[in-house]
Write a protein that binds this ligand. Structure first.
Ligand code: FES
Length: 160
């Protein structure tokens, strides 16, 4: 049931980790990118992606939208090779510590896929399984430096 942590060697129960009070405070005052039709308004949730180069990208998502789709809508390099069917780990993100405590505990299928993600950390989650709520206002999602693509030729599928 519990996923073992790939990085660092030893098996660690993810459910026991995630002590409150970590780093990762949301930056206030950054303007979010405009969203397309149906976005923003009272259902809007402002979050920040931190890309592989460390660039902070504030965006506004919609309540009910998953983090993978939000990233793809803003051309942020989060792959999502299996299109949210829990068959890959290419939507791997690190979530800010406060968010670890706000999100529902990952289910067993998400844990299994996370076990395949390189550079797994205790705050690792699959972006396609994080559904935006108002409670996630100010959340930060950091892209890991690498992902494991299951295409041998390096092909990156386009969302559709
Ligand atoms: Fe494959 Fe999220 S896109 S598990």
């Amino acid at each position: 049931m519990a996923a073992s942590m790939a990085a660092g060697g030893g098996a660690v129960t993810r459910l026991l980790l995630g002590a409150p009070g970590g780093c990762g405070s949301a930056r206030r005052g950054a303007s979010a990118r405009q969203v397309g039709p149906g976005g923003a308004g009272p259902g809007g949730v402002n979050v920040v992606f931190i890309d592989r180069s460390g660039r902070r990208i504030p965006v506004q998502g919609r309540v009910g939208e998953d983090v993978l789709r939000l990233a793809q809508r803003h051309n942020i390099e989060l792959e999502g090779a299996c299109e949210a069917s829990l068959a890959c780990s290419t939507c791997h993100v690190y979530v800010s510590q406060e968010l670890v405590d706000k999100l529902p505990v990952p289910d067993e299928r998400e844990e299994d896929m996370l076990d395949l993600a390189p550079q797994l950390q205790e705050n690792s989650r699959l972006g396609c399984q994080i559904i935006l709520t108002k409670e996630l206002e100010g959340a930060e999602f950091t892209l890991p430096k690498i992902t494991r693509n299951f295409y041998v030729d390096g092909h990156v599928p386009k969302p559709h």
